[in-house]
Design a protein around this ligand. Structure first.
Ligand code: KIV
Length: 276
């Protein structure tokens, strides 16, 4: 069943957690879709996690389109969300043109970072029937990669709550809460009619999002994340084993080769001899 915004909204109403993971390639998209992940998300974290960039700010529309197309080929049921990369949504006209490029290439909705300054952009996108996920708290495109927790002071907590409400009123269909104190995330989740998706935002959001590399153990460990696999170790071991077996002659073995029938081989050898 194709998951749309109504499905996600119903999950919130029925208190069923929404599952979200970042995804950057076709094979991982197939696995996430098969596992029943609700939102497969092409995050701009592709820049630091896959492309070797120093920051999300280096990610371009072309980078995002390349990964979107690969992920689209692997997703059947999940809602396919994609990040607007840095500076691709500076004004309504630019945001609409870039968002449409993503929708034309298979995205179901777009996510953009920022606070109340993004109200006119979200309103304009919503008027075009483009489904928008807002993103507040830690915003890598604004604050850089080093994340600090938001919502620890009274004034910052009030500001976050007001911003979430303004972005929802502007038409956002979802909102990511990143690195926000658990209690303030809960207040926002209870206040808004739209689903909240937390990352480092505690247990009371309507859903959770994590970076696929972090759950697989492909990089450093973060407090907000959990490792379900030791990908780096397993992959490194496999690479070393392969290298060792090529070097010691154990790969390829009988199981990995195809052979010609002996009589035919004899004929080839005979022919070769006659030509020399
Ligand atoms: O790009 C990203 O990884 C994000 C996180 C919120 C998951 O935006």
């Amino acid at each position: 069943m194709k998951k749309d915004f109504t499905y996600l909204q119903t999950k919130k109403q029925q208190n069923q957690p929404i599952t979200v993971l970042t995804c950057y390639d076709y094979p991982t998209a197939c696995l996430q879709d098969a596992a029943g992940i609700d939102i497969v998300f092409v995050g701009d974290s592709v820049g630091t996690n896959i492309l070797g960039y120093k920051s999300e700010m280096e990610v371009t529309m072309a980078d995002m389109l390349h990964h979107l197309k690969a992920v689209r080929r692997g997703v059947t049921d999940a809602y396919l969300l994609i990040d607007m990369p840095y500076a691709s949504d500076r004004n309504p006209k630019q945001a609409i043109a870039n968002a449409n490029l993503f929708l034309d290439n298979g995205a179901d909705g777009i996510k953009l970072e920022g606070g109340t300054e993004k109200v006119p952009i979200i309103s304009a996108l919503t008027e075009q029937d483009i489904e928008v996920c807002a993103h507040i708290g830690h915003n890598p495109q604004i604050h850089g990669t080093k994340a600090v927790t938001h919502g620890k002071t009274v004034s910052k907590a009030k500001e976050l709550i007001q911003t979430a409400s303004d972005l929802s009123d502007a038409g956002a269909k979802l909102i990511v809460l990143e690195k926000i104190t658990e209690e303030i995330s809960q207040i926002i989740t209870e206040l808004l009619n739209i689903p909240t998706i937390g990352i480092g935002a505690g247990r009371n959001c309507d859903g959770q999002v994590l970076v696929i590399n972090d759950i697989l153990g492909m990089g450093p460990h973060f407090k907000h994340a959990k490792r379900y696999q030791d990908y780096n170790q397993l992959t490194f071991e496999a690479i070393c084993k392969y290298k060792e077996e090529v070097e010691n002659g154990n790969f390829p073995s009988d199981a990995n080769v195809d052979m010609i029938a002996i009589d035919k081989l004899e004929r080839v050898k005979k022919w070769l001899k006659s030509t020399r």
